[in-house]
Design a protein around this ligand. Structure first.
Ligand SMILES: [Ca+2]
Length: 226
């Protein structure tokens, strides 16, 4: 009985200790995907919001993010659906008339004059923008990969890393380990070109944002068009 009580209290304690932190603005990312990679190195994602209260916390931490700021929201495949980069449902504050272009698959935040709240705009992912990060401790266990398929469960590694909820692996799931990022310092749109015919197909499955290190460094793909 004593052990049972301890487990219940331990579980409650863990939930009570979960926190969401927004970092100050980290600098400029040459693409939204670079921002996502650098935030994963810090144990998080590009800043995103699940509700209005989180948006207020972000504004307080970053001073409204500065003008033109990447956030961690992406269009899913060719649909009109936008999701946070951890797979959860976003709180969105679109500017009038946005989203307005199915080719604009990332989302920026920009500050309006005066005291008006910052608004969101779908945007081609290849632009240079300020960025900041969101770090959830512990991280939320959600399907990051937008095409999770339970029938692929037996194939192991990739699906299990990015589809922990579908595969029932939340108890043991940890965020992707990010290696050395110095290659990003020398990366330019001129030096980085698609070197695999697989790039376009993977990009259409949101892998540029879901799995940016593999797409940029291992394939590599230029990530300009998406
Ligand atoms: Ca737009």
């Amino acid at each position: 009985m004593k052990v049972f009580t301890s487990l219940i209290l331990g579980s409650f304690f863990d939930r009570a200790q979960s926190t969401t932190t927004f970092t100050p603005v980290q600098g400029i990312a040459k693409t939204a995907f670079e921002g996502e990679i650098r935030c994963r190195k810090l144990g998080g994602h590009l800043a995103f919001f699940r509700n209005a209260a989180e948006f207020e916390d972000f504004n307080e931490a970053t001073g409204h993010g500065g003008s033109n700021h990447w956030i961690g929201v992406q269009q899913i495949g060719s649909s009109s659906t936008f999701k946070n980069v951890d797979g959860t449902t976003p709180w969105l504050n679109w500017n009038n008339g946005e989203p307005n272009n199915s080719e604009e698959r990332c989302v920026e935040l920009y500050v309006q004059p005066g005291d008006e709240p910052a608004v969101m705009n779908d945007k081609s992912c290849s632009a240079s923008r300020l960025y900041s990060c969101r770090i959830d401790d512990p991280p939320t266990c959600a399907d990051i990969e937008p095409n999770c398929n339970a029938s692929n469960c037996a194939t192991g590694g990739f699906e299990q890393m990015f589809c922990p909820k579908t595969f029932g692996l939340c108890d043991t799931w940890t965020p992707q380990t990010i290696g050395d990022l110095t290659f990003l310092d020398n990366w330019t749109s001129e030096t980085c070109v698609d070197k695999s015919p697989a790039c376009e197909g993977w990009a259409s499955r949101n892998q540029c944002m879901v799995n940016p290190v593999y797409m940029l460094k291992k394939l590599p793909c230029q990530l300009q068009a998406m």
